[in-house]
Design a protein. Structure first.
Length: 100
């Protein structure tokens, strides 16, 4: 129930930011953040944890830009049989952006 509320709140806030940004010129430096839930299901392992992403980029004009993001998917844990398993996930994403 709590995660559903968080996801809905983040979606509403994100949509509001997207619509307000639409009216502005899309050039220059920008930053962003995301919050959600990461799930990992492999075989009998089923784990989830809170995840976040920090994003920064530069828009050269309204059509082209670059972006760099850091993602932390938390530590998913589960007990499979008699074993306690923990999986930690992080990553860096570099992107080129094309907007139409």
């Amino acid at each position: 129930m709590r995660y559903s509320f968080i996801r809905t709140s983040v979606l509403i806030i994100s949509l509001g930011c997207a619509f307000s940004a639409e009216a502005q010129e899309r050039t220059g430096v920008y930053v962003g953040a995301s919050l959600g839930e990461a799930t990992n299901e492999v075989g009998e392992f089923k784990g989830s944890d809170t995840a976040f992403k920090l994003t920064g980029g530069y828009a050269f004009n309204k059509y082209f830009g670059i972006e760099l993001a850091y993602v932390d998917a938390g530590t998913q844990t589960d007990d499979v049989g008699l074993q306690h398993i923990e999986k930690e996930s992080t990553g860096v994403i570099a992107s080129g952006l094309i907007s139409l």
